[in-house]
Design a protein around this ligand. Sequence first.
Ligand SMILES: NC(=O)C1=CN([C@@H]2O[C@H](COP(=O)(O)OP(=O)(O)OC[C@H]3O[C@@H](n4cnc5c(N)ncnc54)[C@H](O)[C@@H]3O)[C@@H](O)[C@H]2O)C=CC1
Ligand SMILES: O=C(O)CCC(=O)C(=O)O
Length: 452
Amino acid sequence: MSLSSQRIADVYQEVINRNPGEAEFHQAVREVFDSLHRVLAKHPEYVEASTLERICEPERQIIFRIPWTDDNGGVHINRGFRVQYNSALGPYKGGLRFHPDVLLGTVKFLGFEQVFKNALTGLPLGGGKGGTDFDPKGRSDGEIMRFCQSFMTEAYRHLGDRVDIPAGDIGVGPREIGYLFGQYKRISNRYESGVITGKGITWGGSLVRTEATGYGTVYFTEHMLRTRGQSFDGTTALVSGSGNVAIYAVEKVHELGGTVVGASDSSGSVYDPDGIDRELLRDVKEVRRGRISDYAQERPRAEFIPGRGVWAVAEKTNIDVALPCATQNELHEKDAHTLIKAGVSAVAEGANMPTTPEAIRVLREAGVLFGPGKAANAGGVATSALEMQQNASRDSWSFEYTEQRLSEIMENIHIRCAETADEYGIPGDYVAGANIAGFTQVADAMIAQGVI
Ligand SMILES: NC(=O)C1=CN([C@@H]2O[C@H](COP(=O)(O)OP(=O)(O)OC[C@H]3O[C@@H](n4cnc5c(N)ncnc54)[C@H](O)[C@@H]3O)[C@@H](O)[C@H]2O)C=CC1
Ligand SMILES: O=C(O)CCC(=O)C(=O)O
């Protein structure tokens, strides 16, 4: 084993020892480290400056109590987290997740991914992430509001438009961002628009932010397809999930001439051979806050597949493109085999780390184009940065202009990943391209800024 590979193995073991039980965090670190052997062999300065060790340790981890009352006066306590991961490139930036499975390790894995993703956007953003184990399912608007106010009552002292800027993620959409921003404004006595992104359009939000992650994922996939002379036109696709990212991925695939025939939530999946009706999906999931089975009931030929992920649809029909847009580790090795059998030629991650390492290996060995989340879903945070730019200049841009900016950013991310993979002799390896390009940019900035 070379000296640099030995260092990677040692630092990885140290990460496991120092962060026991945080399997998702270990997985995220492992995936980046697996891409770095060639870089460290070529650039010993990264080893000498201990960048690997430093990049694995968040700059700050905040854990706090969130007391709130339900509609019957019952008192509940949840746990809140904000991991301010790395500020080498700019203020901490990344979303908040409200989901009962959230633990510190979940937020650390998401924060770690965010650091490299934000670097890939080419915009001045550090990386962070936050969340809570609060379960918003079935809670009234009043309960959600009181919860958000209590979350922000502690979180606000750690935030600021030049310090740390949260946004949405699973379970956090425009309603929650509104309540969080309202409480920040109230207790800080500042109308600091740039302190949070994903705001409503009439009070500092940006057009296209809602659509950005889903649209961006589809743009990235289109660029991958073009390297093989293909496009979305005439393709059949699957999208997992049915939330913010999934809904707008469906919309953009349809705009580009493809047909999405499956979507899902945690209760099961739908196969809709006529193509997912994006408006109905949004109405069922985001307005009525219903289940994916409700969607199936309202479409003549749609079939609900209870308890199974959307990849099960690939057992029924040919699939050209798969976009996992729900949650981590939702596309497994057996799903990869099913998709390959169904004819898939591209997979791109709208969600964060949705594909297991075994599934990625199987897809890549079969020659499937694979776009990792830190590149493919970076359009969301990039458009958050565009929202911050508009806030800072007290301006608001048109939909067309903002979408054009998003589209250019996604094209540049694709070029950067592809060129970096070429430079290191692994053409077409977008995983390595994204990891190396993100890592070197952050590590160079850390070295330039000294041992801090
Ligand atoms: N919202 C954003 O701008 C960004 C989100 N992401 C990632 O995209 C993913 C989805 O986030 P959002 O759409 O914002 O959240 P969301 O809360 O709007 O939607 C999540 C969807 O996933 C479904 N889901 C959850 N667990 C599932 C499971 N085990 N199987 C199938 N479906 C499941 C939920 O039912 C829901 O429809 C997450 O991994 C998130 O971290 C990444 C970049 C930006
Ligand atoms: O827009 C943002 O700041 C957050 C996006 C995010 O959480 C993500 O990229 O995973």
